[in-house]
Design a protein around this ligand. Sequence first.
Ligand code: AMP
Length: 405
Amino acid sequence: MSATRGTRVLVLNSGSSSVKYQLLDMRDSSRLAVGLVERIGEETSRLKHTHVDSGATREWTGPIPDHEAALKAVSEELAKDGLGLDSPELAAIGHRVVHGGQSFTAPTVVDDAVLAEIERLIPVAPLHNPANLTGIRTAQALRPDLPQVAVFDTAFHTTMPESAARYAIDVATADEHRIRRYGFHGTSHAYVARATAELLGKDPSETNVIVLHLGNGASASAVRSGECVDTSMGLTPLEGLVMGTRSGDMDPAVIFHLARVGGMSIDEIDNLLNKKSGLIGLCGDNDMREIRRRVDEGDEQAELAFEIYIHRLKKYIGAYYAVLGTVDAIAFTAGVGENAASVREAAVAGLETLGLAVDGDLNAVRSDEPRLISPSDARVKVAVVPTDEELEIATQTYGLVRKGD
Ligand code: AMP
């Protein structure tokens, strides 16, 4: 690898029709620019770019036919702010890659073999890995001389023991089709588990944390001594907690029943469980703010949806408490976890014998900073830790290219 003198890292999160990006300066982990290209391939694609220092935001709507055009448009916007991708200050580009299977346990500098392996994993991540690959290839074409680093959503979970990672199905069938629990949101779980240990003033390698990443997608993880030992998402992000639009855990026989008795096709069931279930399926809303507003108005459907959401969350807290044996902290993160005090309060209500409690005043405080919301004498701390996946991707990317110098 060539020596890197730059200190900037561009983080790219490429979806099928969108690219989110952030340019960071790793000397102080500060943001230089952030933005988003949406509706790629449509006539009304939209680019929104913010130059962080000046606070200036530019928005642009028009046809952006593909990812190559999207990245060129991003590059032009960055250049207008004197932050062009041709700058020698740029040390690397870090890419979010959703599925790294069992192959990738750490961030990896992309070469042809890495691209081929990400491609080989498409059958287990058909919605995400193709878009992630397109993002990497496009960035390579733009700056072939620059290290491109893949940071995998699954990597943090590769430390799970076989007892947690395997489903209890026929081993040969599972192995043939690479069916096992991979887990997702790993970049967030890694960041939050480490930040929680820092908040407690402890070394991550001596800290046990239950991380609850509650966004539109939601997952829990049990982290022992800094390593993931269990997580709630599985082969795909469908397993586990009740989410905005996904069902989470369910008797798999529901699928046979819907096919045999309900006459639904596999694609229809897939769509039902991933897009029309969870909170939206239960009450017609997937935004926790709206659900809470309805609960406050006495809406029984919203109340039941909230109770089902909390019941599942509580089951996972109990399960991961048992998996870990000793728990130092429970950390809430992502859109719901960081903002919904009512969810945090309800999730730990009645768990005092486990050493868990929330202080009402602390829980009501709104802040962007990591903070404790448990009473000062609590045996198990309860924390709110805003996640920062882009910073984690940039940190891992920069760490890797610096190591290669
Ligand atoms: P994320 O996927 O992490 O961006 O989280 C998005 C979700 O966070 C939204 O769908 C909302 O349900 C939830 N959310 C965001 N802000 C709030 C808030 N102030 N109170 C409750 N929920 C919120």
